[in-house]
Design a protein around this ligand. Structure first.
Ligand code: 4UU
Length: 481
């Protein structure tokens, strides 16, 4: 696989591996994989200990889907805004909507009511699913909409009171309607609508179809690209659910992907050093999907004792750059048989574009020298000069903008043909990232040319901050860099 002739053709990076993508919806794909682990715990809150097995997730999300369609009157193609911090109910809420053909628009759980309002309006959401903890902000946003829309509320603590006028999540997921199962949505229907600012301007709805996400799950599950072991007998991978599930990395990779492998996820509603260390100490975590700040935390935070890392086999970093030195420092601390590698991708690509292959990790040693690896199966990448209208692929070692083609590339930006046209040409998606590749066809991300700031792996759109600053009566103009 590392032989250059086999993965570079006419300066286009590709994968010698091909995967078959089944023609199914996301919930069908995920639940098609979870049957062997029916009685294993899928999601467990490490603090309140409330938990759900795979068969419960299956049943409760199916119930929710039926209630949404047959009792609450939602239709295929309607949008539900999910405004939740990580919790074991997140996947039930998301998969329940998806089973009903309701599009899931995920919102950052740190959003203010103004930010929620913007996403509610832009996505034309007809429903909000949130928790009692976040209810105030959600309700304030909903009250500013021209029409009223229902709010479904999750209790995250037993003593919580359901806010007046909301629908009790636990009541409707436990309602078993005696009706036939719903027709699943088509693979080419939109499944989720997360927000990304792309290369310029305000956050835009990213239309990801069922096929986009199912493709990405298949692409990261080949012998060469899968970081996980399948659960069997007394072995189950355990992972802290630290990446936000509303973000595409946490949604596809930790939530959906880990379900398909029968792993147990411990959703953490927010990162605090103590709670995270608690989880590392009390559970035998074998895999962590992380962003660079978390890898640096594990490496440098004195209260993270090397023995807390003893059960770890894999640490995967993505969403922002991690250098070769950072990788080796982490390994010095862990000092065990643990691999650290990187993936690269974007919301618009479901998200994974490239990852470090297993055979390469074994060859390179435990770190991958700062590279984001090889392109995934069924994916092509070319690097082109900025403003080169012909988009001619550059050669070995030359730095250019990353263009991606593959079944994981979004359908387009929601209600925004202009932005879609600027981002997609003949199936090639312009990422706004700069990179070069080496003789083995391994990709190195070097810089970003788009208007995007990343803070701890989260997107910050300069245009959004500029708008906010200009809103102040004493500010005439603003430029955020
Ligand atoms: C340098 O952050 C993401 C997706 C993260 C991801 C993808 C595949 C993590 C693991 C994985 O396997 O999506 P967005 O839309 O929030 O941000 C996308 C941007 C990219 O355009 C790039 O600038 O985040 C940056 N980025 C990276 N930069 C993402 N991954 C990397 C990386 N190195 N490994």
């Amino acid at each position: 696989v590392t032989c250059s002739r086999r993965n570079i053709r006419d300066n286009i990076l590709f994968s010698p591996i091909e995967v078959q993508i089944p023609n199914v919806s996301l919930a069908e794909y995920v639940f098609g994989k979870t049957a062997p682990f029916a009685d294993y715990t899928a999601f467990e809150c490490p603090f309140t200990r409330r938990k759900y097995t795979f068969s419960q997730v299956r049943k409760l999300s199916r119930n929710l889907g039926k209630v949404l369609r047959k009792k609450l009157g939602f239709n295929k193609g309607d949008v539900a805004l999910i405004y939740l911090a990580n919790c074991p109910e997140f996947p039930i809420a998301a998969l329940g909507c998806l089973e009903a053909g309701v599009i899931v628009s995920t919102a950052n759980s740190l959003y203010t009511s103004g930010e929620i309002l913007r996403q509610l309006k832009d996505s034309s959401a007809k429903l909000v699913i949130t928790t009692c903890d976040l209810y105030e902000r959600a309700a304030k946003a909903v009250s500013q909409l021209p029409g009223k829309i229902p709010i479904i509320c999750i209790k995250t603590k037993p003593d919580q009171l359901l806010p007046q006028g909301t629908i009790d999540f636990s009541e409707i997921i436990n309602l078993t309607l005696d009706i036939p199962d719903l027709d699943p949505p088509n693979a080419d229907d939109i499944a989720i609508l997360p927000y990304s600012s792309g290369t310029t301007g305000l956050p835009k709805g990213v239309e990801l179809t069922h096929r986009n996400i199912v493709s990405n799950l298949c692409q990261i599950s080949t012998a060469e690209t899968d970081a996980l072991e399948l659960a069997h007998g007394d072995f189950q991978e355990i992972s802290p659910g630290i990446l936000p599930m509303f973000h595409i990395y946490g949604f596809t990779i930790t939530t959906m992907n880990l379900m398909t492998k029968g792993a147990k996820v411990l959703p953490l509603p927010k990162f605090t050093p103590d709670s995270f260390i608690d989880v590392l100490q009390n559970y035998h975590c074998s895999i962590i999907f992380a962003a660079p700040p978390l890898v640096l935390f594990l490496t440098h935070y004195p209260d993270v004792k090397p023995e807390y890392l003893h059960h770890l086999r894999n640490v995967m970093s993505g969403a922002a750059p991690l250098g070769a030195l950072d990788e080796s420092k982490f390994l010095e601390k862990a000092n065990r048989d643990v691999f650290i590698s990187q993936g690269y991708g974007l919301t618009e690509t479901s998200p994974v574009v490239s990852t470090v292959l297993k055979s390469v990790r074994e060859k390179l040693g435990k770190a991958s020298s700062g590279s984001v690896g090889h392109v995934l199966p069924n994916t092509e990448v070319k690097l082109v000069k900025l403003d080169d209208k012909t988009a001619t692929p550059l050669g070995l070692g030359e730095q250019g903008e990353v263009l991606v083609k593959g079944p994981q590339v979004m359908k387009g930006y929601h209600n925004n043909p202009e932005a879609t046209k600027n981002a997609l040409h003949e199936g090639w998606f312009k990422t706004g990232d700069l990179a070069y590749y080496d003789a083995n066809g391994m990709l190195f991300i070097t810089d970003r040319v788009k208007e995007l700031i990343k803070v701890r792996g989260y997107q910050v759109a300069p245009a959004e901050l500029e708008e906010l600053l200009r809103d102040h009566p004493s500010v005439e103009d603003a430029a955020v860099i």
